[in-house]
Design a protein around this ligand. Structure first.
Ligand SMILES: [Zn+2]
Ligand SMILES: [Zn+2]
Length: 130
């Protein structure tokens, strides 16, 4: 098949390719900001080309922020310098959004300042000086 023939075949297929597109834009709920974002057909094709099987969990701004956080943590580990970081997280007690100065690990509850103070100040059954 000559190159010209291929081109003609592609041109002929052009009219029906729209209906045959295997990807369509999908809306995904961002796990960080809890807003829907569009995972476009083009991005899905890109994911498939890269052999990525899991759809993105974060919108682009949140993904960028996450990458920046990770980069900051890596830099801190490399240099041994503790950098001040602020990570957005949902309080496990009152469900309000808060920021914490560390990157929360999976499964570990994160509390906002108010809840944290309440929890740490709460009497735990032992009287001081007993
Ligand atoms: Zn987001
Ligand atoms: Zn809270």
């Amino acid at each position: 098949m000559s190159e010209a023939t291929i081109r003609e075949a592609l041109d002929a297929a052009d009219g029906i390719s729209e209906a045959e597109t295997e990807f369509t834009d999908v809306e995904i709920l961002c796990i960080d900001c809890h807003h829907d974002f569009v995972w476009t057909a083009g991005e899905q094709a890109f994911f498939r080309d890269k052999k990525l099987t899991n759809p993105p969990k974060r919108c682009k701004p949140c993904k960028k922020l996450k990458n920046e956080r990770l980069a900051a943590i890596e830099r801190a580990q490399e240099t041994g310098v503790r950098q001040r970081i602020e990570v957005a997280a949902e309080c496990a007690r009152c469900q309000s959004m808060t920021t914490v100065p560390f990157y929360p690990s999976q499964g570990r509850p994160v509390y906002c300042r108010a809840c944290y103070l309440e929890i740490t100040a709460a009497p735990n059954g032992h009287q001081p000086g007993n």
